[in-house]
Write a protein that binds this ligand. Structure first.
Ligand code: PLP
Length: 489
């Protein structure tokens, strides 16, 4: 299978798409066609990694399936459950898929434990002898998950940029205490969108790339602009569905909904690909916090990033430019790369673009957007804990609120899988705030949350306490390229 760019031009192998991360003219790689799959092909596969290998192989046909299976098995050995993504049934035709059982307590691990392995294997296929330097912009969770995934992986190094004062205390600590010989972490003056835009520029900066190559490096991305990030995310849409079948909650073939807290549109887009592959999905509920750019988009067809940026307690979805939407736009434009290029240029130059009426109708058939205020996030955490004794992190609560509104607005009572994207302990201060006055000390709040709810503190959280901070540098955006070159080793 070949991979093409959403903006035309490049047509490359899967290995190149994964290694390169982003197409040279700034477009995103997408598979030339979406493979189809029958549920029966995966229904009886015993383990998560079996399903993962089966699905990934459909997109990476030239890779050896046993190799993929071994990579997946290795990747998910770091999770605290063999199910990898366990499903927890709540009242009201709702199941929560817990995507946070990996080493950094957020859903990014599912993809970022896999990506370094895919990248190594792709580099081998391409007979690449250069050092792969992974550049990451993070709104909080990707950074740590990528650092954990790539630390000490031979032939790679990684540099993470995070918005100064734009991530939670635990998120920052997780990153700046990172060990490993091939890692760098740096704060930038600006928000996540600034960091992401600056990095996209860096990837397309010929001079920078040439200079990196001269020093024996190629630059690549571990953000969800890399298709290798999306691919492992398709898997849990399937395993969640299969678990529901096995539990007898739904019949094979029955349509369900997924409700997803959304920032860069990567997670939910993976779901869309699962649906294209044949998974019976009725609706994707796209949940935003007060940065409601996607809610407005699915309501009106107008995408407008020219608006105030709010810092919220669900900070991993504080995003105004959802990169992966470009992949969906490609479909809405029926593969017309000129149209995609026009729309993305308009977004860049004017901060907005608008779909045609017909495109909007198509988008609304599959997606519906809802947004959630800070106050409603806290109310939802409290209410769900009170009613169901289930503790949600702020991102999951944003999704729960969206689902509740969707149920109110429609008579759709289909089984709905809520994607829970972070452990409540990763956002302990915010979560505790739903119940009582919090302390200034994050670790005290972790302890108090534990005492209040009796839920176990995840090991990666306890281990964080007392670790040495290794990276304290803060740089202005214009020094990003310089920082990269200085740290190519
Ligand atoms: C990254 C992240 C999201 C959003 O996922 P996208 O693919 O960017 O839409 C949601 N919740 C948490 C906790 C995350 O880390």
């Amino acid at each position: 299978m070949k991979y093409i760019s959403t903006r035309g031009g490049q047509c490359v192998s899967a290995a190149t798409a994964i290694m390169q991360g982003i197409a040279s003219e700034g477009g995103l790689f997408i598979p030339q066609r979406i493979p189809l799959i029958q549920l029966s092909e995966v229904l009886d596969l015993p383990f998560y990694w079996d399903v993962a290998a089966h699905i990934m192989h459909l997109y990476l046909e030239e890779y050896d399936i046993d190799l993929l299976k071994n990579m997946a098995k290795d990747a998910y050995a770091s999770f605290d459950t063999d199910l990898v993504v366990p499903l927890r049934r709540l009242c009201g035709n709702e199941s929560v898929a817990e995507l946070w059982h990996g080493p950094t307590m957020a859903f990014k691990d599912v993809a970022l434990q896999m990506l370094p392995r895919l990248m190594r294997c792709s580099a081998d296929r391409e007979k690449n002898d250069k050092q792969i330097c992974i550049l990451v912009a993070t709104s909080g969770d990707t950074g740590k998950a990528a650092l954990e995934g790539f630390r000490d992986v031979e032939g790679t190094s990684i540099i993470v940029f995070y918005p100064n004062n734009g991530v939670s205390v635990a998120q920052r600590l997780q990153m700046v205490t990172q060990e490993g010989n091939n890692v760098h972490v740096c704060a930038i003056e600006g928000n996540f969108d600034d960091a992401q835009t600056a990095l996209k520029k860096a990837f397309c900066n010929t001079k920078l790339n040439e200079e990196a190559a001269r020093r024996g490096h190629i630059l690549s991305s571990a953000n969800s602009i890399n298709f290798g990030r999306l691919l492992p995310q398709i898997v849990y849409y399937y395993t969640s569905y299969l678990q529901l079948c096995r539990q007898g909650v739904i019949k094979q073939g029955e349509e369900i909904n997924f409700c997803v807290p959304t920032g860069n549109f990567g997670d939910i887009l993976a779901g869309h690909y699962a649906k294209q592959m044949g998974l019976p999905v009725h609706k994707f509920i796209c949940a935003s916090n007060q940065n409601r750019v996607l809610t407005d988009f699915f309501e009106s067809g107008r995408y407008c990033s020219r608006r105030e940026f709010y810092k919220s307690m669900s900070c991993s979805i504080d995003i105004l430019v959802s990169s992966n939407l470009e992949r969906y736009l490609f479909e809405l434009c029926d593969g017309d790369t000129n149209k995609v290029t026009q729309l993305t240029a308009s977004l860049k130059d004017k901060g907005e673009y608008t779909l045609t009426g017909e495109q909007l109708i198509r988008a609304q058939e599959e997606f519906v957007g809802y947004c959630c205020s800070e106050e409603d996030t806290l109310n939802t955490i409290r209410a769900i804990y009170g009613q169901q004794h289930y503790l949600m992190d702020p991102h999951t609560a944003v999704a729960q609120y969206a689902l509740d509104r969707y149920r109110e607005d429609t008579s759709d009572n289909r089984e709905t899988v809520l994607l829970s994207t972070a452990s409540p302990y990763k956002f302990a201060t915010a979560v505790l705030g739903a119940f009582k006055t919090v302390s200034k000390d994050d670790f005290e709040n972790v302890e108090m949350l534990h005492q209040l709810t009796g839920t176990p503190i995840p090991a990666p959280m306890s281990e964080l306490k007392g670790k040495k901070e290794l990276y304290t540098e803060v740089i202005p955006l214009h020094e990003l390229d310089k920082y990269i070159l200085t740290n190519l080793k």
